[in-house]
Design a protein around this ligand. Structure first.
Ligand code: SF4
Length: 267
């Protein structure tokens, strides 16, 4: 059905019609509606009215206008999916000002996550510590240095993997995050994983493993076994901070055995 705009345009002369269409084109382009451009190609809008017999359909004002001005057509034509980059920007912006749980009160920085956003392997820790909170980056303290060594031993660089925590702000005194803090931060973590789509997740320590696997079992019984998070294989292992604290051969070997399974899975 013709709109008021259709009817108005239908009464215009060729030159007026061209101006009206160009004005609409500029307006829609200003809104980012780039896909109207091909419809405006010259053959469909004749500049010199006298040269074109009125009986030809291409010169009828209604004919070229209908695909352009129909609201339904415009919306259907210009709808474009939100890009992955835009989604990353959106999450990051939201998290940086997030106050969804009490942890925002004591933070210096939100520790969003870092690394390759197309990584096949994601390491998920518990929460930022002192150094991470100061720098706004995950795993940059001593535990982070140990994680770097583990990653290197796997034949990877830190830039090859993505590293984040289940909670983005530092809990006071480095305590474990509380269930309500984990729940408040979970949507951000879920979005990160949805965007990265890794082939394997390594859950570092109790909090990460229990959160991802929705279990009350401890890391000692979980580690070394494969689990599943949203269709992605998960290998729980000891947190590097625990490994530093209990730097004994049994624990080091356990982590290395777990990482060998991860490397095998990534092949
Ligand atoms: Fe928001 Fe997560 Fe920080 Fe809580 S821990 S304030 S939910 S970003």
């Amino acid at each position: 059905m013709a709109t008021e705009s259709d009817q108005e345009i239908a009464t215009l002369s060729g030159a007026q019609l061209q101006r009206a269409l160009l004005a609409r084109l500029r307006f829609e382009q200003a809104l980012g509606l780039e896909s109207v451009r091909p419809v405006m190609s010259p053959p469909r809008v004749k500049l010199e009215e006298p040269r074109v017999p009125p009986s030809l359909p291409t010169t009828s004002p209604a004919t070229p206008l209908s695909p352009i001005i129909s609201p339904a057509t415009s919306v259907a034509t210009v709808a474009t999916p939100i890009t992955t980059a835009a989604r990353w920007r959106d999450i990051e912006a939201r998290v940086k000002t997030c106050a969804q749980c009490a942890l925002h009160k004591g933070r210096n920085n939100v520790v969003f996550g870092a690394g390759n956003r197309e990584a096949h392997l994601v390491f998920v820790g518990e929460a930022p510590g002192y150094d991470e909170d100061l720098q706004g980056l995950p795993f940059v303290g001593k535990a982070g240095q140990l994680l770097n060594r583990i990653v290197a031993a796997m034949g990877l660089n830190r830039e090859d993997v993505y590293i984040c925590n289940i909670v983005k702000c530092r809990p006071p005194e480095n305590r474990a995050p509380l269930p309500d803090e984990i729940a408040a931060c979970n949507p951000c973590f879920v979005e990160q994983i949805e965007l990265i789509k890794p082939k394997v997740i390594v859950a570092l320590g109790n909090s990460a493993a229990k959160t991802l696997l929705k279990t009350t079992q401890g890391i000692t019984s979980l580690r070394g076994h494969w689990f599943n998070y949203r269709g992605i294989p998960v290998m729980p292992t000891y947190h590097p901070a625990f490994l530093l604290y209990q730097y004994i051969e049994t624990n080091r070997k356990a982590v290395w055995d777990d990482m060998k399974q991860v490397m095998e899975k990534l092949k």
